[in-house]
Design a protein around this ligand. Sequence first.
Ligand SMILES: [Zn+2]
Length: 1090
Amino acid sequence: MNVNQPAPPGVPYGQPQPGYTGYQSGYGGQPGPIIPPTPYGAYNGPMPGYQQLPPPGVPRAPPSSGTPPASTTARVPSGQPAYGQFGQGDVQNGPSSTVQMQRPPVSQPFVPAPVAPLVNQPAPFQPYGPPPTSTQVTTQMAGMQISGPAAPPPSALGYGPPTSMASASGSFPGSNLYGSYPQNLAPPTSLAQVHPGAQTPQRSAPLQASSFPPSAAGGPRPPSIAGPSMPGQSFGGPPVSQSNHASSPPPQAQPPMTGPPGPPPPMHSSQPGYQVQQNGSFGPARGPQPNYGGVYSGAPNFGSQPGPPQPPPPKRLDPDSIPSPIQVIEDDRNNRGSEPFVTGARGQVPPLVTTNFIVKDQGNASPRYIRCTSYNIPCTSDMAKQAQVPLAAVIKPLARLPPEEAPPYVVDHGESGPVRCNRCKAYMCPFMQFIEGGRRFQCCFCSCVTEVPPQYFQHLDHTGKRVDFYDRPELSLGSYEFLATVDYCKNNKFPRPPAFIFMIDVSYNAVRSGLVQLLCEELKSLLDFLPREGGAEESAVRVGFVTYNKVLHFYNVKSSLAQPQMMVVSDVADMFVPLLDGFLVNVNESRPVITSLLDQIPEMFADTRETETVFAPVIQAGMEALKAAECPGKLFLFHTSLPIADAPGKLKNRDDRKLLNTDKEKTLFQPQTGFYQSLAKECVAQGCCVDLFLFPNQYVDVATLGIVPHHTGGSIYKYACFQVESDQERFLSDLRRDVQKDVGFDAVMRVRTSTGIRATDFFGAFYMSNTTDVELAGLDGDKTVTVEFKHDDRLSEDGGALIQCALLYTSCAGQRRLRIHNLSLNCCTQLADLYRNCETDTLINYLAKFAYRGVLNSPVKTVRDSLVSQCAQILACYRKNCASPSSAGQLILPECMKLLPVYLNCVLKSDVLQPGAEVTTDDRAYVRQLVTSMDVAETNVFFYPRLLPLTKVPAESSAEPPAVRASEERLSKGDVYLLENGLNLFLWVGASVQQGVVQSLFSVPSFSQITSGLSALPVLENPLSKRVRDLIDSFRAQRSRYMKLIVVKQEDKLEMLFKHFLVEDKSLSGGASYVDFLCHMHKEIRQLLS
Ligand SMILES: [Zn+2]
C-alpha cells in the first residue's frame, strides 16, 4: 500500500481539510424523505408542449431578490481561477446554518433501499456475447475495373472532384435546409464495374460466436467464394437512366440478372439459402423486391441496350451480400433489447443506440452519458498505434433519461465539500479502495492514499467494502451529483439564478417576413415555461428584451411601470447597457409590462426601412447586461442578415464557390475575423451562452456568426427563406424546446483517467483556455463532448482503465453542482479483444467530428483521404493479426466493425466533405457545427437515414414497420416511405401506390392529385392516416430539432431532394455507392497487407 507515497512535486493542489465540525451528511445511513423520483429531475423538465404542471413545490427565494448567499470565510483572491474544482482553494467553513440555507432541498433525494438487493443478486448483467465472428466479404478483384492498376479511381468513388452539375438550380418549397436544388439530374455516366461473387457468409446466430476470432474468420465457407469471377454477366453497359426502381420490372424480368449466366455460385443471392440471410428475418414485408437483381436491376434498358461489346462481362457485388445496417440494427434489437443493461461489470459493450433498452446503474455510467469507441483498450501505445482504432468517449454529461430511469442522485458531503483524492482531485467514486479499516482510501486514478475525513468515516465489512456502500450513491453508482460548496463558485460567491435575454432583429427583412410579429406573440405565452428546477413553482430565470437593427433598443420592463420604456443606444462601437434596474425582471412580476412591450414591438417597427444590421454589439450588450447583473445566462438572438452595418464585427460577403476543391476551401469554414473568437472568450468568462436563430435570405456567413454560439455551448438554428406560413411550426417548436430546456450554466468539465491513458483532445461546442478544462458558458441535455485518449504509460489487464468525467455547473435555479460520471474499461494484450469490443457507431461519431474539424485546416480531399486511409489501416490490422489466413481476395471485417465501410462512406460524401452543387457554404458551415455536438444516436441517423415502408404492416398495427436500406433499389413503386435523418423528414410516394392508400393518406383520389412539397398530412379518420401521423410524431419526439415534413412524389422534381438521402447509392456530387466504396476499401486494405 502506498500509504506513504509522497505527492509528486509540482502538483498545485491544496486539499481542503475537513472541518471537524461533526457535520452529518444526509446520507449517513439515514434515508431522507422518500419522494417519488421525478423522471427528469434536475435536467429533464417536460420537454415538448406546455403541460408542465406546477409540481408540489420546493420553496425557493424569489429570484428577483437576488441576494447571493453571502457566506464565505475564505476567498479566492481575485484574478485566480475561480473554479474550486480544478484548483481547490482554501478551506471553507462557513457557518453551517448559512450553508444549510444555501442548499435548497435536493431535487432528487437518494433513496437507497431499492438499490442494495439488486446488487447482491447474482450479477444479472449480460456479458456482451461477441456476436458472431467476423464478416467475410469476398470480392473478386480480378477484372474489377476498380482495382486495375492503370485505371484511375473512377470519379464515382468520390475521390476526384465532384462531377459538375450542369443543371439549373431552382428553389423548391420547403427546402429549408438546403436552399436550392438542381432540377435536372445528369444520369450516371458509368457503371462501376464491380463483380459479384462477393458473399457474406451466413451470420451464425450470436450465441454460436464463442470461438472468436481464430475460427471466426476461417469459418466454413462455400468453396466458390474465392473462386474465379463469373463469366457471362451481360449487364455491363451503362444504363441510360437511373430513374427507375427495383420493383418496376416485373419479377420475371429479373432472373437473367439475378442468376449469373455461368455456373451459379452455391450461395448466390437467388438461392434459397441465401435468401434466408437477408429476407428471412426481414420477412416478406421487408423488401419490396423478392429477387434482388443487383444494383442496376431496375434499369429498364438492361440487356436490351446494344452498348459496346463487353469483353470481360463484369459482375456486380451483390448488395445483399454486403453487411446491412438494417440487419445489424435488427439483430441488436432482437438480442439485446429485451433485457436491461446493467452496468456492474467493467468493459461491457452496451446495446446499439438504435436499440431500446433500460439501463440499471450498478457502478458505471449509463451509455446515455458515455459511449466509447472500444470497451477494451490496448495495454500499450504500440498496440494502439498498430490498430489505429481511435480511443475516444462521447460524453453527454446532462443527457436526458427515459422516464423509467432515475436521474442522478444529489449527494451532499457537507460544508467541506465532496470527498476527493488529495493529489489528482478525483471525486469519491465506486472504484476508490478503502484501506486501514476505512480510515484511508487509495485513489483508483493516481494511487495516492488520502485520509478519510472524520465525518465521512465508516467501517468496512469482511470484504473490505464500506458498510454504508449501498447507502451512498458515490460508492455504488456510476453517475451522481454533489452539491458544490462556495469553493466551487466564481469569485467564491454562490451564483445568482441565470437570466434569459431575447434579442430581436427588427430590420426590414425580419419585419416583412412576419418573424417579429410571430415571435413576439409566441413569447407572451412561452415565458410561462422557462426552466424550473425540480418541483419549483416558478422559474428562477429572469428575462430581458432588446431589439436591434443598426442600433440597439433596450427596454425597461420594471413591474412598477405602466408602460415599457425604450432606450436607444446608437453608439454601437463601444457597447454599454443603458439601464440596469428594470432590464432583467421576473416574468410574473412584470407580466403586464412585458405583454405590453411584446404587443408594441411589431407595431413600432412595422414600417421600418432599415435593412442593415449589427451583430457583435448585440452579443456584447447581452453579455454586459449579464455582467452587470452578476449572473450567468443565455442570449436568444433572432437574426436575419449579414451584419454589414458599420460596427465591431462587421462582415463582408466573402462566399466564393470557386474556392471549392481548392486549397483555399478551408477558409470558407474559418471565421473571416478573429473578433468573434475574442468575443466568445469574454462570453464564456461571464457564463453567457448564445443561441442563434438565423432567418437568412442569402449568405450570412454562418461560419463567422456561429463562432460565439459554438464556443459558448449554444445552438444554431437556421431557417432559410423563412416564411411564416410554411416555417412557423418548425421555428416555434424549436424555440419552445430551446427556451424550456434545462441548461447548466458556467460549466467546467474535466475528464480524469487512471494512470496509463489521458485525455488529449476534445471535440464539441465549448471553449478551452488550457489543455484540460472544457469550459461551457452553457451546456444542455442535447450536447456532447467527444474526448480522445492517448496512452502515456502501459496499462494492465488487471487494473483496466478508468474514466471520471466531472462537470461543475450552475443549475437553472442557481445551485452550484458537480455531476460525476465514472466508467471502467477493460485492457487487453491481444488485438482481437480490442476488435471484439468496439462500437462502430461511436467510432463514426468520433471520425466525423475529427474530419469536420480537419476541414478548417486542410483541403477536404486530404481530409477524406486520411479518413479512408485510417479505416483501411484499422481493418488491415484486424485482417493481419486477428483473422485466420485466407485468400487475399476476401474482404474480412471484424464483426463489430462490419458497418464501418458503409457508415464511413456516408461521412465521406456528406455535405461538409463532398457537397453537391445545391449545398451552400452556409449549409456546410451549419451542418459542420451541428455534427460537432451530436451524440452517437444523432450521428448514426444523420449519416445513415432511417427509411420505413408504410403499407407493409397492417394499418392497425402499432409496431414500427421494419426499416429498409437507404437505397433507391429498395423502394417499391407501390409503397409509401418515411425517411428521416434527425434534421429532415420526407414522405415519398411511389407512382403505383394503390388508390386506397392515396385516398387514406391525402384525401385525394389519385397519385397525380397529391400536392408535391406538402408539409403536413391531412388529419383523416382512418387507421393508415393515423398510424403514419403517429409515426411522424414519434420521429419528431425522438429528435432534438423539429423535422419539417416534405411530401415527395416519385419522379417529381422534388425527388432529387429525397434521393440525396439514399446514401447507399452513388451521389450526385460524386460520392461512391456503398458497393463501390466497399471495393475501394478492399483494395486499400490489400495494398496495406501486401
Ligand atoms: Zn488521485
